[in-house]
Design a protein around this ligand. Sequence first.
Ligand code: ADP
Ligand code: SR1
Ligand code: MG
Length: 428
Amino acid sequence: MAYRQLKEELVLDYIKNLELMQKRFSSFDHISINEVGDGNLNYVYIVTNKLNPEETVILKQAVPYLRVVGESWPLDIERMEFEVMALRQEYEFCPRMVPEIYFADSEMSLVIMQNLNKHTIMRGEMNKGKKFPKMPDHISTFLARMLFKSSDWGMAGKTDKWPYHDSAEKKKMVKKFINKDLCNLTEKFIFSYPLCDSDTNSYTTGLTKEDLAEIQEDNELKVKAALLKYKFMNNAEVLLHGDLHTGSIMVNEEETYVIDPEFAFYGPAGFDVGLLLGNMFLAYIAHSYRQVELGNDPYEYRKWVLEAIEEIWDGFSLKYDKLWQEKESEDNYPMWDYPGGKEAFRMLRDAEILRIFREAVGIAGSVMIRRTLGLAKVSDIAEIEDTEIRSSLDRLALKTGKQFILKADSLNSIQEVLSIAKEISPLI
Ligand code: ADP
Ligand code: SR1
Ligand code: MG
């Protein structure tokens, strides 16, 4: 079927005619359809049988433009294919952590998937001051599995002939995930526009020329940010989600799901970790005010956010390391089979994890700057109404982001990263 945009009134017609949906819904006589796409790119409909709310699906369709900007910014609708391919790959590595796909139609650029109706978007819940004690363990598992299993370290095929490891499968994956349109958005909206005086930027009126110059006219910062962008463009290391912020995570007390991987591509290993940590640090800053607004002493919640950040990093690094050791012992690769070889293997793992860590810190900084100066905002700080308070929090986000980028290459532990954040926005 040739592409046409399904407006709300057309969704039911479309669903009704699908054999798979006829099996899932006992009747189409009392269906409710609600558009919930609070995202920047697509239309998302919840389709539910009002007589049996367990009969429910999500239909997500791409439109041929960037929704947050409008039709003046055309965008390839092929992007839904990347979301579908990524969801399938994530489901293989991390079952029960991404929604199940029920049906996909590439010509219509849409996917019908599991409605995570027992989960809510983590950002919104965090804004309300909710804690999710199991989330760091879950999300670090997701990150470790995705990043290790899709890498050359994790995908090397086992062969018994020299050179023992074979990279063909990974190269096929890199090719499959050339996601040029959405990478182009990231290159521009994260790594370029916020770092210069671009028309696309938008920020709190209270930020001064000096605040902007601190970011947009600092040579050392601009060089480091440009190098991060270059890594993003060139280092096809692991299959990334590509947009792993707290609005792409759906949670409840027991479970954590990751949605919306349309930006998936093969990129630098620190990118997803950095994106997530940057968003958590924005929450840390936002809650110096949000908690007061909620009538609480900010200390306790902000402490939890920092502990969650630490737990995500520690969990990720330990699990990544463990997956690597398991892979090595399964493959019985002779590289480390000599006296002292095990120590060399450990040194390699440590060096690689440190490299990912430093890259993630730089990315976290880039994300904090883009969400403050760039077009696409996140609600944590942006939805605080008082302009003066918002400006002061924006300033903290810029300062923290800047220090992360400047210091990333000299940092060795997550505690050092937390210390930078606490120096700029004290945990009180
Ligand atoms: P976009 O790609 O436009 O950013 P998202 O995939 O983030 O869109 O979806 C927008 C919103 O739709 C989410 O914030 C969430 O509220 C809802 N949503 C998306 N997928 C699901 C799902 N599988 N189950 C429940 N709600 C979902
Ligand atoms: C203007 S680009 C839109 C942004 O929304 C998505 O969720 C990504 O974060 C992207 O950068
Ligand atoms: Mg999206």
